[in-house]
Design a protein around this ligand. Structure first.
Ligand SMILES: [Zn+2]
Length: 111
């Protein structure tokens, strides 16, 4: 079985977090949500008060995000971060590579 963690042709895209990059943090996700204009309304209930973010170390200043790994029957692994609606419990996941891609775009150019 082949476990594919990177997108073919895009060798720098990490489909599944493997610990090789700095951890994704709460502020990374919040910045991503704001700039991508993600709604704070739940799509499944009346809640409009925003999402609860799944974090590893909630007491920290900028906590690390929890990483959820999904494995397809073909063996492909994908990692996501998660947010939950505090009213109805709807759990939404966001692909970590999309957040990485976004953060990379925000880095100042080095050339
Ligand atoms: Zn909801």
């Amino acid at each position: 079985m082949v476990t594919r963690t990177r997108i073919e042709g895009l060798e720098n895209v990490l489909l599944c977090e493997d610990g090789s990059l700095p951890p994704l943090r709460a502020n990374d996700l919040i910045t991503f949500f704001i700039e991508r204009k993600r709604t704070t309304k739940c799509p499944h209930c009346e809640w409009k008060g925003g999402w609860e973010i799944a974090m590893q170390d909630e007491g920290a200043e900028d906590p690390k995000l929890q990483i959820f790994i999904e494995v397809s029957m073909a063996g492909d692994k994908h990692s996501n971060v998660g947010v939950v609606c505090p009213n109805c419990g709807h759990f939404a996941t966001i692909a970590t590579y999309k957040i990485r891609e976004f953060l990379k775009g925000k880095e100042p150019a080095h050339e």
